[in-house]
Design a protein around this ligand. Structure first.
Ligand code: ADP
Ligand code: MG
Length: 382
């Protein structure tokens, strides 16, 4: 445990982490981690045996719907909850038994949790004072984070004299000044208005990249997860559905849940005609398409699920290889894009988003050719 406390020893430079995000050193590891709440009939497995590796300098986001176990996972890492089973490792050492206040981590919350009766300076200084740093050392460190977080001139204000965005920056400064081995965030931007949320998102990403602090971030907001993360962990029902970079998660969803939760998807059930190693031939509205089976062991006659994003489908494209006739059931013009619902065969509907402001508008009832670029079709098991 000695090496853990050593991290928070006084030292002048703030975060001196030189490792790149692509570093292979694992900072945080979760092994078969589980958390059960309640007892008897009201037992609830909030975290259902998850495995995860967070590399040095990496920004990882746990993304999932409300109640899926994100906060519980973060609280287990921070030491605010005890694991029911499994292990948490920091720099290769099991820390299950290390009390929260001795883990070299700081958490940034949604409710900034600033002390209302303390100035900005004292709020930021709080943890350093607990660690008994000298006044000079405290002032030096705070000067660095105050500059970093654009809080210069606000040091003597009280929290109620700050805007929401400023309060959140103070909360971040207070976390950063501790030079944590791991920075934890629990939906830190949820209380901010939409514009400020996007601004702070950029700010957090910039800081994290500049300082190289390993970060574990929790949100239910997919745009936040996409914009911030090196990798995203999609969680559902206490379990991890997929871990991947934002493009991997978006373009190669591991399950229908992921395809539906992140962005929007059309799901088309198709009969398997044939499989040749990893190529599967499918009956797609009467046309035959050959696609990667993505490792699924399909057999002739099985049903496969094709996932296709609404923005990948196009209307009336001359040179398309896979075209199915249909008619516009519903059209909604929204300026930046047009949203169509197209009926292909009786009862088979496809959502299409047209982001091209210059493309022709199609009226409800119009006959159209619906063009599916084969590379935009992704196969899942049903
Ligand atoms: N202290 C607790 N006691 C009992 N159940 C809890 C407790 N904390 C969380 N839960 C339950 O565990 C599940 C996961 O909660 P949580 O981790 O807060 O989800 P999320 O942060 O993804 O919204 C939910 O069903 C929640 O009701
Ligand atoms: Mg939560």
């Amino acid at each position: 445990m000695n090496h853990l406390t050593k991290q928070i020893e006084p030292n002048k430079t703030l975060i001196h982490n030189t490792a790149k995000p692509e570093s292979e050193t694992v900072t945080l590891e979760l092994r078969n981690l589980a958390k059960m709440f309640g007892s008897g009939k009201s037992q609830h497995l909030a975290v259902d045996h998850i495995d995860l590796e967070v590399k040095q300098g990496e920004f990882i986001t746990i993304l999932g719907p409300s109640g899926c176990g994100k906060t519980t996972t973060l609280r287990l890492v921070a030491g605010f909850e005890n694991a029911t089973s499994g292990d948490i490792l920091l720099d290769g050492n099991v820390i299950n038994e290390v009390p929260a206040n001795q883990r070299p981590m700081t958490m940034v919350f949604q409710s900034y949790a600033l002390f209302p009766h303390m100035s900005v300076f004292e709020n930021i200084a709080y943890g350093l004072r607990i660690n008994k740093l000298s006044q000079q050392m405290i002032e030096e460190k705070i000067e660095i984070v105050v500059n970093l977080m654009n809080l210069v001139g606000l040091e003597d204000r009280m929290p109620h004299q700050l805007s929401g965005g400023q309060q959140q920056r103070v909360a971040l400064a207070r976390a950063l000044v501790m030079e944590p081995r791991l920075l934890l965030f629990d939906e830190p931007l949820s209380n901010l208005d939409a514009k400020l949320r996007i601004h702070m998102r950029t700010e957090i990403r910039r800081l994290q990249q500049r300082l190289g602090i390993t970060s574990l971030y929790v949100t239910h907001d997919q745009a936040e997860a996409m914009g911030l993360s090196d990798r995203i962990v999609v969680m559902n029902n206490g379990q991890i559905e997929q871990v991947g970079t934002p493009p991997e998660i978006y373009l190669k969803p591991a399950s229908a849940f992921v395809a539906d939760f992140i962005g929007r998807s059309n799901f088309i059930k198709c009969t398997v005609l044939n499989r040749d190693y990893d190529l599967v031939s499918l009956d797609f509205f009467g046309e035959t398409v050959k696609l990667s089976a993505n490792g699924h062991a399909f057999e002739r006659g099985d049903t496969a699920l094709i996932v296709v994003r609404p923005e990948s489908v196009r209307l009336n494209v001359e040179d398309s290889t896979l075209t199915i006739p249909g008619h516009i059931k519903h059209a909604e013009y929204l300026g930046t894009y047009v949203e169509y619902e197209v009926e292909l065969e009786r009862g088979h509907f496809i959502s299409i988003t047209d982001w091209n402001p210059l493309s022709a508008l199609h009226a409800e009832g119009a006959e159209v050719q619906v063009c599916f670029p084969p590379e935009a079709l992704y196969v899942l098991a049903e």
